[in-house]
Design a protein around this ligand. Structure first.
Ligand code: TYD
Ligand code: MG
Length: 449
């Protein structure tokens, strides 16, 4: 039998007969991989003959359906993570835990497994590590339960079969990129393997009401390596983000069929595994020394107000072209803010390299961070400190106007709690704690001195 092959874009799944350099569907370069076509598709299909081959669905009256048991959730030892999940792991749900290699996915899942295994049978399947290696980690994390089992496998068929046995309440699959299905010839980690393996596992999970958590590695750019497709199939997508080396790591749901996507859980890696950070603001401000270029931003992560230090450094450019670097903040936004600063105030920045650092490995995703960023830059360039008693928040418009921020009450409450006296914030907020500002230039003249 002659084996046919096709080329599949690893970014979007578009299929081509011949190899091309750029995918015409999603415009990514060099993303096509050759995959074998299984012989099913080579038979003349019913579709091409214009027939409908399915059978009539068994349907039920919606009024007679009993809702899934919302109470039946498996709790992890982390209360914030339970919130992120919408109240714990729902039975029969399939979640994807996505994160960069080394961020702590296996560690977190072993901790979750250990906790759930205090009451229910749990299976940890790894295609990346041997039983011995996983045992080492389990020992370190203090996981010792007779209900916790381990299997080493890279076969999606075998894993699905095991899930189908219904013996386990929770099954961990570490990771989807190592799995392959017998029926498909392409290498593990390709779009077709990931989609089909994922589907097989999801079907098995739904059949037996087993909760499954699948690990997915993410590339540096933040996309699921190749298989973005899996995000659409699973019930919950959890993103594990942060610095691989120290600092805070956050878990947030970017998709949750059974809960809100507004909560986040903040973790720190310790010797005995991951620990939840309950007071991130306190920890983030503990090592602060008030120098020029340092500004405290009152930001909001998910539903949580957090105070975080923004540091800016400005040095003379050595080459004609000034360099701009940001860690934890969007570089395009930084360039835009620098342009606003140059145009709307008298600061000269064209001959300066500017570096922005968000302390503690936090990644800001908050338009109200603008004002703190520009004030930090102004403070660094002028070599002048901002008073210790201030926190800052507000969006900066292209005209240099300060615009309102959402969840202002929460930001203010957090600042009060940590002993700050004032918030430099948009004038639209009516609160005695706020020193109202409307215009960027005025703000800098008044407070950066
Ligand atoms: P790991 O969970 O293996 O990351 P991932 O599965 O996402 O690739 O572990 C991440 C790092 O954490 C690893 O380099 C070692 C470190 N670590 C600790 O610092 N303390 C611990 O208790 C454990 C288990 C790991
Ligand atoms: Mg791992």
């Amino acid at each position: 039998m002659k084996i046919k092959s096709q080329f599949v874009c690893q970014q979007c799944g578009a299929v081509y007969k011949k190899w091309v350099g750029q995918c015409s569907n999603c415009a990514s370069w060099n993303s096509l991989v050759e995959e074998a076509v299984s012989d099913v598709s080579q038979k003349k299909s019913a579709v091409s003959r214009g027939e409908v081959s399915g059978k009539k669905l068994d349907f039920v009256k919606m009024s007679s359906v009993r809702p899934s048991n919302e109470k039946a959730r498996l709790l992890t030892e982390f209360s914030d993570l339970n919130l992120v999940l919408g109240g714990g792991i729902l039975m029969g749900s399939v979640s994807l835990l996505a994160g960069q290699p080394g961020i702590g996915k296996s560690t977190l899942l072993m901790q979750i497994s250990a906790e759930v295994a205090k009451k229910y049978p749990v299976l940890y399947v790894s295609g990346e590590e041997s039983a011995g290696q996983v045992k080492l980690r389990a020992e370190r994390l203090g996981a010792s339960s007779d209900l916790l089992s381990f299997a080493s496998s890279v076969s999606a068929n075998d894993i699905a079969k095991t899930i189908e046995s219904g013996e386990f309440k929770l099954v961990i699959v570490d990771s989807i990129q190592t799995l392959a299905m017998d029926e498909i010839a392409s290498a593990p980690g390709t779009v077709s393997q990931v989609t089909n393996s994922g589907n097989l596992i999801i079907r098995a999970a739904k059949k037996t009401d087993t909760a499954v958590i699948i690990v997915g590695h993410v590339t540096k750019e933040g996309t699921l390596a190749g298989p973005k497709v899996l995000e659409h199939l699973v019930d919950v997508v959890l993103n594990f983000e942060g610095d691989r080396y120290g600092g805070f790591k956050t878990v947030r749901a970017v998709k949750n069929r059974f809960g809100s996507t507004n909560e986040i859980a903040i973790f720190e890696m310790a010797n005995e595994g991951l620990k939840e950070v309950k007071n991130p603001s306190e920890a983030l401000l503990a090592e602060r020394t008030n120098t020029d270029g340092s500004v405290i931003l009152a930001t909001v992560e998910g539903n949580r107000p957090i105070l975080v230090e923004i540091q800016a450094l400005a040095t003379k450019s050595n080459f004609g072209y000034p360099k701009r670097t940001a860690s934890g903040f969007d570089l395009n936004r930084l360039n835009l803010l620098i342009a606003v600063l140059e145009r709307r105030t008298k600061l000269k920045l064209a001959d300066k390299d500017i570096f922005i650092n968000v302390v503690g490995g936090m990644k800001l995703n908050d338009s109200a961070a603008d004002l703190a960023i520009v004030m930090a830059i102004a403070s660094a360039v002028a070599g002048r400190k901002l008073g210790e008693e201030y926190v800052v928040f507000g969006e900066v418009g292209l005209g240099g106007e300060i615009r309102s921020a959402f969840r202002a009450d929460q930001r203010i409450a957090e600042a009060k709690k940590l002993g700050f006296k004032h918030a430099i914030a948009p004038a639209t907020i009516k609160d005695k704690f706020v020193v109202p500002v409307k215009d960027l230039r005025e703000t800098l003249i008044r407070y950066v001195k």
